[in-house]
Write a protein that binds this ligand. Structure first.
Ligand SMILES: [Zn+2]
Length: 496
Protein backbone atom coordinates (compact mmCIF):
# COMPACT_ATOMS: atom_id res chain seq x y z
CA UNK A 1 0.00 0.00 0.00
CA UNK A 2 1.24 3.48 -0.86
CA UNK A 3 0.45 6.57 1.09
CA UNK A 4 1.72 10.06 1.58
CA UNK A 5 3.27 10.66 4.95
CA UNK A 6 3.65 14.33 5.59
CA UNK A 7 5.24 14.04 8.98
CA UNK A 8 8.80 12.85 8.96
CA UNK A 9 9.14 9.81 11.23
CA UNK A 10 11.85 9.80 13.87
CA UNK A 11 15.11 8.78 12.32
CA UNK A 12 17.69 6.34 13.62
CA UNK A 13 20.60 8.70 13.14
CA UNK A 14 23.03 6.53 15.04
CA UNK A 15 22.29 3.59 12.78
CA UNK A 16 22.78 5.76 9.74
CA UNK A 17 26.17 6.92 10.86
CA UNK A 18 27.16 3.41 11.82
CA UNK A 19 26.22 1.89 8.48
CA UNK A 20 27.28 4.52 6.03
CA UNK A 21 29.31 7.17 7.75
CA UNK A 22 27.27 9.48 5.55
CA UNK A 23 25.01 12.18 6.75
CA UNK A 24 23.40 13.58 3.62
CA UNK A 25 20.89 10.79 3.20
CA UNK A 26 19.26 11.53 6.48
CA UNK A 27 18.72 15.20 6.12
CA UNK A 28 19.48 17.72 8.79
CA UNK A 29 17.29 19.39 11.31
CA UNK A 30 13.60 19.63 10.41
CA UNK A 31 13.65 22.05 7.54
CA UNK A 32 11.58 23.60 4.83
CA UNK A 33 10.39 20.23 3.60
CA UNK A 34 8.85 19.23 6.88
CA UNK A 35 7.38 22.64 7.51
CA UNK A 36 5.83 22.77 4.07
CA UNK A 37 4.33 19.34 4.61
CA UNK A 38 3.06 20.28 8.02
CA UNK A 39 1.36 23.35 6.65
CA UNK A 40 -0.87 21.23 4.49
CA UNK A 41 -2.00 18.65 7.02
CA UNK A 42 -1.96 18.35 10.75
CA UNK A 43 0.81 16.16 12.06
CA UNK A 44 0.28 12.47 11.56
CA UNK A 45 -2.61 12.68 9.11
CA UNK A 46 -2.52 11.52 5.54
CA UNK A 47 -3.35 14.24 3.04
CA UNK A 48 -5.26 12.90 0.05
CA UNK A 49 -3.34 13.79 -3.08
CA UNK A 50 -5.49 15.62 -5.64
CA UNK A 51 -6.05 13.79 -8.86
CA UNK A 52 -2.94 13.33 -10.97
CA UNK A 53 -2.55 15.74 -13.91
CA UNK A 54 -3.02 14.27 -17.40
CA UNK A 55 -0.24 11.95 -18.53
CA UNK A 56 -0.85 12.28 -22.27
CA UNK A 57 -0.11 15.47 -24.21
CA UNK A 58 -1.82 15.91 -27.59
CA UNK A 59 -0.05 19.28 -27.92
CA UNK A 60 3.29 17.47 -28.14
CA UNK A 61 1.96 15.37 -31.01
CA UNK A 62 0.95 18.60 -32.77
CA UNK A 63 4.41 20.09 -32.23
CA UNK A 64 6.02 16.95 -33.67
CA UNK A 65 3.73 17.33 -36.67
CA UNK A 66 4.83 20.94 -37.20
CA UNK A 67 8.37 19.84 -38.09
CA UNK A 68 8.79 19.91 -41.87
CA UNK A 69 11.06 17.69 -43.98
CA UNK A 70 10.80 20.24 -46.81
CA UNK A 71 11.97 23.08 -44.57
CA UNK A 72 14.86 20.95 -43.30
CA UNK A 73 15.86 20.10 -46.88
CA UNK A 74 15.78 23.77 -47.97
CA UNK A 75 17.82 24.87 -44.95
CA UNK A 76 20.43 22.15 -45.35
CA UNK A 77 20.75 22.73 -49.10
CA UNK A 78 21.48 26.40 -48.40
CA UNK A 79 23.98 25.56 -45.65
CA UNK A 80 25.90 23.11 -47.84
CA UNK A 81 26.06 25.85 -50.48
CA UNK A 82 28.65 27.75 -48.43
CA UNK A 83 31.21 25.29 -49.82
CA UNK A 84 33.20 24.85 -46.65
CA UNK A 85 32.38 25.68 -43.06
CA UNK A 86 35.76 24.70 -41.72
CA UNK A 87 36.41 26.76 -38.58
CA UNK A 88 39.66 28.04 -40.12
CA UNK A 89 37.99 29.06 -43.42
CA UNK A 90 37.14 32.46 -44.93
CA UNK A 91 35.19 34.81 -42.66
CA UNK A 92 34.92 37.77 -45.06
CA UNK A 93 33.10 36.37 -48.11
CA UNK A 94 29.32 36.53 -48.15
CA UNK A 95 29.00 33.35 -50.18
CA UNK A 96 31.70 30.94 -49.03
CA UNK A 97 33.23 29.91 -45.71
CA UNK A 98 32.30 29.85 -42.06
CA UNK A 99 31.77 33.62 -41.79
CA UNK A 100 29.06 33.59 -44.47
CA UNK A 101 27.50 30.52 -42.83
CA UNK A 102 27.24 32.09 -39.41
CA UNK A 103 25.82 35.34 -40.74
CA UNK A 104 23.18 33.32 -42.58
CA UNK A 105 22.38 31.33 -39.40
CA UNK A 106 22.06 34.55 -37.44
CA UNK A 107 19.78 35.93 -40.16
CA UNK A 108 17.54 32.86 -40.06
CA UNK A 109 17.16 33.13 -36.29
CA UNK A 110 16.51 36.89 -36.56
CA UNK A 111 13.75 36.19 -39.07
CA UNK A 112 12.19 33.60 -36.77
CA UNK A 113 12.38 36.12 -33.95
CA UNK A 114 10.69 38.83 -36.01
CA UNK A 115 7.73 36.47 -36.50
CA UNK A 116 7.22 36.02 -32.75
CA UNK A 117 7.45 39.67 -31.82
CA UNK A 118 11.16 39.53 -31.03
CA UNK A 119 10.91 36.50 -28.75
CA UNK A 120 14.51 35.49 -29.43
CA UNK A 121 17.66 37.34 -28.38
CA UNK A 122 20.17 36.40 -31.07
CA UNK A 123 23.84 36.92 -30.27
CA UNK A 124 27.29 35.87 -31.45
CA UNK A 125 29.09 34.20 -28.57
CA UNK A 126 32.74 34.76 -29.49
CA UNK A 127 35.77 32.81 -28.28
CA UNK A 128 39.33 33.78 -29.21
CA UNK A 129 41.32 30.55 -29.37
CA UNK A 130 45.15 30.68 -29.29
CA UNK A 131 47.23 28.40 -31.54
CA UNK A 132 46.98 24.76 -30.48
CA UNK A 133 46.55 21.29 -31.92
CA UNK A 134 44.31 21.59 -35.04
CA UNK A 135 44.45 25.41 -34.78
CA UNK A 136 47.68 26.69 -36.40
CA UNK A 137 46.91 30.39 -35.87
CA UNK A 138 44.79 32.30 -33.39
CA UNK A 139 41.20 31.87 -34.49
CA UNK A 140 37.91 33.34 -33.41
CA UNK A 141 35.38 30.56 -32.80
CA UNK A 142 31.89 32.05 -33.02
CA UNK A 143 28.73 30.35 -31.76
CA UNK A 144 25.34 31.64 -32.86
CA UNK A 145 23.04 31.69 -29.85
CA UNK A 146 19.31 32.44 -29.79
CA UNK A 147 17.68 32.75 -26.37
CA UNK A 148 13.93 32.38 -25.79
CA UNK A 149 13.38 33.58 -22.23
CA UNK A 150 11.18 31.51 -19.93
CA UNK A 151 8.10 33.14 -18.43
CA UNK A 152 8.36 31.98 -14.81
CA UNK A 153 11.81 30.40 -14.40
CA UNK A 154 14.05 32.25 -16.89
CA UNK A 155 17.23 31.30 -15.00
CA UNK A 156 16.68 27.62 -15.85
CA UNK A 157 18.04 26.73 -19.29
CA UNK A 158 17.29 23.94 -21.75
CA UNK A 159 19.68 23.91 -24.72
CA UNK A 160 19.58 22.41 -28.18
CA UNK A 161 22.97 22.43 -29.92
CA UNK A 162 24.51 21.18 -33.15
CA UNK A 163 27.82 22.16 -34.76
CA UNK A 164 27.77 24.06 -38.02
CA UNK A 165 31.48 23.74 -38.78
CA UNK A 166 32.60 21.04 -41.24
CA UNK A 167 35.77 19.31 -42.35
CA UNK A 168 37.38 17.04 -44.94
CA UNK A 169 40.12 14.40 -44.46
CA UNK A 170 42.65 17.02 -43.31
CA UNK A 171 41.03 18.83 -40.40
CA UNK A 172 43.11 21.96 -41.13
CA UNK A 173 42.12 22.10 -44.82
CA UNK A 174 40.12 25.32 -44.98
CA UNK A 175 39.41 25.56 -48.73
CA UNK A 176 38.27 22.18 -50.12
CA UNK A 177 34.57 21.40 -50.58
CA UNK A 178 33.41 20.29 -47.11
CA UNK A 179 29.62 19.95 -47.36
CA UNK A 180 29.18 18.55 -43.85
CA UNK A 181 25.61 17.63 -44.74
CA UNK A 182 25.13 15.02 -42.04
CA UNK A 183 28.09 16.00 -39.80
CA UNK A 184 26.74 18.26 -38.69
CA UNK A 185 24.54 20.19 -41.06
CA UNK A 186 21.78 17.83 -39.94
CA UNK A 187 22.08 18.91 -36.30
CA UNK A 188 22.41 22.57 -37.30
CA UNK A 189 19.17 22.67 -39.28
CA UNK A 190 17.44 20.70 -36.50
CA UNK A 191 18.34 23.63 -34.21
CA UNK A 192 16.84 26.15 -36.68
CA UNK A 193 13.67 24.10 -37.19
CA UNK A 194 13.20 23.65 -33.43
CA UNK A 195 13.44 27.44 -33.07
CA UNK A 196 10.84 27.98 -35.82
CA UNK A 197 8.36 25.54 -34.26
CA UNK A 198 8.84 26.36 -30.57
CA UNK A 199 9.07 30.16 -30.88
CA UNK A 200 5.28 30.21 -31.41
CA UNK A 201 4.81 29.08 -27.81
CA UNK A 202 5.69 30.39 -24.37
CA UNK A 203 7.50 28.23 -21.82
CA UNK A 204 8.30 28.29 -18.12
CA UNK A 205 12.05 27.78 -18.61
CA UNK A 206 14.42 29.41 -21.09
CA UNK A 207 15.22 27.57 -24.31
CA UNK A 208 18.51 28.21 -26.10
CA UNK A 209 18.98 27.36 -29.78
CA UNK A 210 22.70 27.26 -30.52
CA UNK A 211 24.58 26.32 -33.68
CA UNK A 212 28.18 25.91 -32.47
CA UNK A 213 31.51 26.23 -34.28
CA UNK A 214 34.93 24.66 -33.71
CA UNK A 215 33.70 21.14 -32.91
CA UNK A 216 36.01 19.44 -35.39
CA UNK A 217 38.92 21.51 -34.05
CA UNK A 218 38.39 20.09 -30.53
CA UNK A 219 34.93 20.91 -29.15
CA UNK A 220 35.97 24.57 -29.04
CA UNK A 221 32.49 26.03 -29.48
CA UNK A 222 30.97 23.70 -26.87
CA UNK A 223 33.69 24.58 -24.38
CA UNK A 224 33.19 28.28 -25.12
CA UNK A 225 29.44 28.24 -24.61
CA UNK A 226 29.71 26.10 -21.46
CA UNK A 227 32.18 28.61 -20.01
CA UNK A 228 29.89 31.50 -21.02
CA UNK A 229 26.95 29.74 -19.34
CA UNK A 230 28.92 29.32 -16.14
CA UNK A 231 30.05 32.96 -16.17
CA UNK A 232 26.46 34.08 -16.62
CA UNK A 233 25.05 31.78 -13.94
CA UNK A 234 22.86 29.72 -16.25
CA UNK A 235 21.22 26.83 -14.40
CA UNK A 236 21.42 24.35 -17.28
CA UNK A 237 18.98 21.48 -16.86
CA UNK A 238 19.87 19.81 -20.15
CA UNK A 239 21.84 20.20 -23.36
CA UNK A 240 20.38 18.15 -26.19
CA UNK A 241 23.34 17.96 -28.55
CA UNK A 242 22.57 16.77 -32.05
CA UNK A 243 25.51 15.54 -34.07
CA UNK A 244 25.00 13.33 -37.18
CA UNK A 245 21.24 12.78 -37.06
CA UNK A 246 20.16 12.39 -40.69
CA UNK A 247 21.54 9.21 -42.30
CA UNK A 248 19.68 5.89 -42.44
CA UNK A 249 22.06 3.71 -44.51
CA UNK A 250 24.63 2.28 -42.14
CA UNK A 251 28.02 0.97 -43.17
CA UNK A 252 27.06 -2.16 -41.24
CA UNK A 253 24.60 -2.87 -44.05
CA UNK A 254 21.58 -1.96 -41.94
CA UNK A 255 19.00 0.46 -43.29
CA UNK A 256 17.05 1.84 -40.32
CA UNK A 257 14.83 4.90 -40.35
CA UNK A 258 13.05 4.21 -37.06
CA UNK A 259 15.82 4.28 -34.45
CA UNK A 260 17.93 7.08 -32.98
CA UNK A 261 20.64 6.73 -30.36
CA UNK A 262 20.93 8.85 -27.22
CA UNK A 263 24.31 8.70 -25.47
CA UNK A 264 24.73 9.81 -21.86
CA UNK A 265 27.35 9.66 -19.13
CA UNK A 266 26.61 7.34 -16.19
CA UNK A 267 28.36 9.36 -13.52
CA UNK A 268 29.12 13.05 -13.49
CA UNK A 269 32.33 14.15 -15.19
CA UNK A 270 33.06 16.51 -12.28
CA UNK A 271 32.02 14.14 -9.49
CA UNK A 272 33.82 14.93 -6.25
CA UNK A 273 35.59 12.28 -4.17
CA UNK A 274 32.91 12.73 -1.54
CA UNK A 275 30.12 12.05 -4.00
CA UNK A 276 31.95 9.02 -5.36
CA UNK A 277 32.17 7.67 -1.81
CA UNK A 278 28.44 8.23 -1.26
CA UNK A 279 27.67 6.56 -4.60
CA UNK A 280 29.64 3.49 -3.58
CA UNK A 281 27.12 2.89 -0.80
CA UNK A 282 23.91 4.24 -2.30
CA UNK A 283 24.25 3.28 -5.96
CA UNK A 284 23.59 5.75 -8.74
CA UNK A 285 26.27 4.58 -11.18
CA UNK A 286 23.71 4.75 -13.99
CA UNK A 287 21.62 7.63 -12.66
CA UNK A 288 23.50 10.85 -13.36
CA UNK A 289 21.37 13.87 -14.33
CA UNK A 290 22.54 13.36 -17.93
CA UNK A 291 21.24 9.78 -17.83
CA UNK A 292 17.88 10.97 -16.50
CA UNK A 293 17.70 13.46 -19.37
CA UNK A 294 18.35 10.54 -21.76
CA UNK A 295 15.51 8.57 -20.15
CA UNK A 296 13.25 11.59 -20.50
CA UNK A 297 14.08 11.92 -24.22
CA UNK A 298 13.48 8.19 -24.67
CA UNK A 299 9.98 8.55 -23.19
CA UNK A 300 9.24 11.50 -25.47
CA UNK A 301 9.74 9.27 -28.52
CA UNK A 302 6.15 8.14 -27.82
CA UNK A 303 5.09 11.43 -29.46
CA UNK A 304 7.00 10.80 -32.71
CA UNK A 305 5.40 8.16 -34.92
CA UNK A 306 7.76 5.39 -36.04
CA UNK A 307 10.74 6.53 -34.00
CA UNK A 308 12.31 4.70 -31.06
CA UNK A 309 15.24 5.69 -28.88
CA UNK A 310 18.12 3.32 -28.31
CA UNK A 311 19.67 4.60 -25.11
CA UNK A 312 23.40 3.96 -24.97
CA UNK A 313 24.85 3.91 -21.48
CA UNK A 314 28.14 5.53 -22.50
CA UNK A 315 29.33 9.13 -22.81
CA UNK A 316 29.65 8.93 -26.59
CA UNK A 317 30.54 6.54 -29.39
CA UNK A 318 33.61 4.49 -28.54
CA UNK A 319 36.65 6.74 -28.26
CA UNK A 320 34.93 9.63 -30.06
CA UNK A 321 33.59 12.93 -28.80
CA UNK A 322 30.96 15.62 -29.14
CA UNK A 323 30.00 18.99 -27.72
CA UNK A 324 27.71 17.56 -25.04
CA UNK A 325 30.82 16.30 -23.24
CA UNK A 326 32.10 19.89 -23.04
CA UNK A 327 28.93 20.73 -21.10
CA UNK A 328 29.30 17.59 -18.97
CA UNK A 329 32.89 18.59 -18.17
CA UNK A 330 31.57 21.93 -16.91
CA UNK A 331 29.12 20.10 -14.64
CA UNK A 332 26.02 20.50 -16.84
CA UNK A 333 23.70 17.63 -17.80
CA UNK A 334 23.75 16.85 -21.51
CA UNK A 335 23.30 14.05 -24.01
CA UNK A 336 24.32 13.24 -27.57
CA UNK A 337 21.56 12.44 -30.04
CA UNK A 338 22.85 10.63 -33.13
CA UNK A 339 21.66 8.31 -35.91
CA UNK A 340 21.49 4.57 -35.20
CA UNK A 341 23.75 3.39 -38.03
CA UNK A 342 26.59 5.62 -39.22
CA UNK A 343 28.34 5.62 -42.57
CA UNK A 344 32.03 6.31 -41.97
CA UNK A 345 32.77 6.77 -45.70
CA UNK A 346 30.83 10.01 -45.50
CA UNK A 347 32.38 11.47 -42.36
CA UNK A 348 35.59 13.52 -42.30
CA UNK A 349 36.40 12.61 -45.93
CA UNK A 350 37.43 14.49 -49.05
CA UNK A 351 34.53 14.31 -51.51
CA UNK A 352 35.67 11.78 -54.13
CA UNK A 353 35.06 8.42 -55.75
CA UNK A 354 37.71 5.77 -55.13
CA UNK A 355 37.45 2.13 -56.21
CA UNK A 356 33.79 2.74 -56.92
CA UNK A 357 33.13 3.98 -53.38
CA UNK A 358 31.60 7.42 -52.88
CA UNK A 359 33.34 9.31 -50.10
CA UNK A 360 32.25 12.61 -48.58
CA UNK A 361 29.45 14.09 -46.51
CA UNK A 362 27.11 15.14 -49.33
CA UNK A 363 23.38 15.99 -49.31
CA UNK A 364 22.52 12.69 -50.99
CA UNK A 365 23.47 10.92 -47.75
CA UNK A 366 20.70 12.62 -45.75
CA UNK A 367 17.25 11.04 -45.39
CA UNK A 368 15.03 14.06 -44.79
CA UNK A 369 12.05 12.15 -43.49
CA UNK A 370 14.30 10.56 -40.88
CA UNK A 371 15.81 13.96 -40.08
CA UNK A 372 12.24 15.24 -39.63
CA UNK A 373 11.67 12.57 -36.97
CA UNK A 374 14.93 13.11 -35.11
CA UNK A 375 14.23 16.86 -35.14
CA UNK A 376 10.69 16.25 -33.87
CA UNK A 377 12.11 14.20 -30.98
CA UNK A 378 14.13 17.27 -30.00
CA UNK A 379 11.11 19.54 -30.30
CA UNK A 380 8.87 17.47 -28.02
CA UNK A 381 11.71 16.90 -25.54
CA UNK A 382 12.54 20.61 -25.34
CA UNK A 383 8.89 21.60 -25.00
CA UNK A 384 8.10 19.04 -22.30
CA UNK A 385 11.18 20.00 -20.28
CA UNK A 386 10.57 23.73 -20.64
CA UNK A 387 6.87 23.45 -19.71
CA UNK A 388 7.65 21.23 -16.72
CA UNK A 389 8.73 22.57 -13.34
CA UNK A 390 12.42 22.41 -12.39
CA UNK A 391 13.73 19.00 -11.30
CA UNK A 392 13.25 18.68 -7.52
CA UNK A 393 16.19 19.78 -5.37
CA UNK A 394 17.32 18.51 -1.98
CA UNK A 395 16.12 14.98 -2.75
CA UNK A 396 16.90 12.60 0.10
CA UNK A 397 16.09 8.98 0.83
CA UNK A 398 16.04 6.83 3.92
CA UNK A 399 14.89 3.37 4.87
CA UNK A 400 17.86 1.25 5.93
CA UNK A 401 16.89 -1.59 8.32
CA UNK A 402 13.21 -0.75 7.88
CA UNK A 403 10.59 -2.32 5.63
CA UNK A 404 9.59 0.95 3.94
CA UNK A 405 11.37 3.61 1.90
CA UNK A 406 10.91 7.35 2.43
CA UNK A 407 11.86 10.07 -0.05
CA UNK A 408 11.83 13.76 0.73
CA UNK A 409 12.72 16.90 -1.20
CA UNK A 410 12.69 20.67 -0.87
CA UNK A 411 9.49 22.58 -1.47
CA UNK A 412 9.67 24.35 -4.83
CA UNK A 413 9.88 28.15 -4.94
CA UNK A 414 6.30 29.12 -5.86
CA UNK A 415 7.49 32.20 -7.76
CA UNK A 416 9.63 30.07 -10.05
CA UNK A 417 7.13 27.21 -10.30
CA UNK A 418 3.59 28.63 -10.46
CA UNK A 419 2.68 25.74 -12.74
CA UNK A 420 3.72 23.06 -10.22
CA UNK A 421 0.99 20.54 -9.34
CA UNK A 422 3.02 18.04 -7.34
CA UNK A 423 5.43 15.15 -7.57
CA UNK A 424 5.79 11.60 -8.75
CA UNK A 425 8.00 8.98 -7.13
CA UNK A 426 9.62 6.52 -9.53
CA UNK A 427 11.35 3.23 -8.82
CA UNK A 428 12.70 0.18 -10.60
CA UNK A 429 14.80 -2.93 -9.90
CA UNK A 430 18.49 -2.00 -9.62
CA UNK A 431 19.32 -3.82 -12.87
CA UNK A 432 16.48 -2.29 -14.91
CA UNK A 433 17.49 0.31 -17.52
CA UNK A 434 14.33 2.41 -17.31
CA UNK A 435 11.94 3.52 -14.58
CA UNK A 436 9.19 0.95 -14.23
CA UNK A 437 6.89 1.99 -11.39
CA UNK A 438 5.57 5.33 -10.26
CA UNK A 439 3.08 6.88 -7.89
CA UNK A 440 1.60 10.37 -7.92
CA UNK A 441 1.93 11.85 -4.43
CA UNK A 442 0.48 15.33 -4.88
CA UNK A 443 2.08 18.50 -3.59
CA UNK A 444 3.91 16.82 -0.72
CA UNK A 445 7.57 17.14 0.22
CA UNK A 446 7.90 13.64 1.60
CA UNK A 447 6.44 10.25 0.80
CA UNK A 448 6.82 6.74 2.18
CA UNK A 449 6.54 3.65 -0.01
CA UNK A 450 5.18 1.21 2.53
CA UNK A 451 6.76 -2.25 2.44
CA UNK A 452 9.02 -1.32 -0.47
CA UNK A 453 12.51 -2.24 0.76
CA UNK A 454 15.18 0.35 -0.05
CA UNK A 455 17.87 -2.26 -0.78
CA UNK A 456 16.20 -3.80 -3.80
CA UNK A 457 15.23 -0.87 -5.99
CA UNK A 458 16.50 2.42 -7.37
CA UNK A 459 14.33 5.45 -6.53
CA UNK A 460 13.81 8.98 -7.79
CA UNK A 461 11.42 11.96 -7.80
CA UNK A 462 10.01 14.09 -10.64
CA UNK A 463 8.16 17.42 -10.43
CA UNK A 464 4.89 17.61 -12.38
CA UNK A 465 3.07 20.66 -13.79
CA UNK A 466 -0.67 21.19 -13.66
CA UNK A 467 -0.76 20.21 -17.34
CA UNK A 468 1.13 17.02 -16.50
CA UNK A 469 4.55 17.92 -17.90
CA UNK A 470 7.23 16.14 -15.88
CA UNK A 471 10.78 17.11 -15.06
CA UNK A 472 13.46 14.47 -15.44
CA UNK A 473 13.53 12.05 -12.52
CA UNK A 474 16.07 13.00 -9.85
CA UNK A 475 18.14 10.31 -8.09
CA UNK A 476 18.61 11.17 -4.38
CA UNK A 477 21.61 12.96 -2.94
CA UNK A 478 24.52 14.73 -4.67
CA UNK A 479 24.84 11.84 -7.16
CA UNK A 480 21.62 12.85 -8.89
CA UNK A 481 21.30 16.59 -8.15
CA UNK A 482 20.71 18.70 -11.27
CA UNK A 483 21.92 21.93 -9.70
CA UNK A 484 24.39 20.67 -7.08
CA UNK A 485 25.95 24.05 -6.40
CA UNK A 486 22.62 25.45 -5.27
CA UNK A 487 22.50 22.55 -2.82
CA UNK A 488 26.04 23.04 -1.59
CA UNK A 489 27.06 19.73 -3.15
CA UNK A 490 29.57 19.39 -5.94
CA UNK A 491 32.19 21.99 -6.64
CA UNK A 492 32.01 23.85 -9.91
CA UNK A 493 33.32 21.75 -12.72
CA UNK A 494 34.52 24.69 -14.76
CA UNK A 495 38.19 23.87 -14.33
CA UNK A 496 38.08 20.53 -16.08
ZN1 LIG B 1 30.15 16.09 -35.72
Amino acid sequence: MLRSVLRRPSRPAAVATLLLGLSWAWGSAPGAAQQAGGARASAGTVAPAPEAPPADHPVLRELAGDVSADTLRALLTHLVGFGTRNTLSDTVSDTRGIGAARRWLEGRLDTISSRCGGCLEVIYQRNMVPPQRRVPDSTEVVNVVAIQRGASDPGRYILITGHYDSRVSDVENDTSFAPGADDDGSGTVAVLEAARVLSRHEFAATIVYAPLAGEEQGLLGGKGLAAYAREHGWRIEADLNNDIIGNTHGMDGVVDNTTVRVFSEGTRANESDRTARIRRYTGGEIDSPSREVARHVARMADYVTNLDVMMIYRLDRFGRGGDHSAFNDAGFPGVRITEAHENYHRQHQDVRVEDGIHYGDVLAGVDFDYLRKTTALNVVSLASLAWAPAPPSGVQIRGAVRPSTTLSWDAADPARSPELAGYKIYWRPTTAPRWEKSVWVGDATEHTLTDVVIDNSTFGVAAVSKDGYESPVVFPGPVGAFFPEAEGGESSGGGR
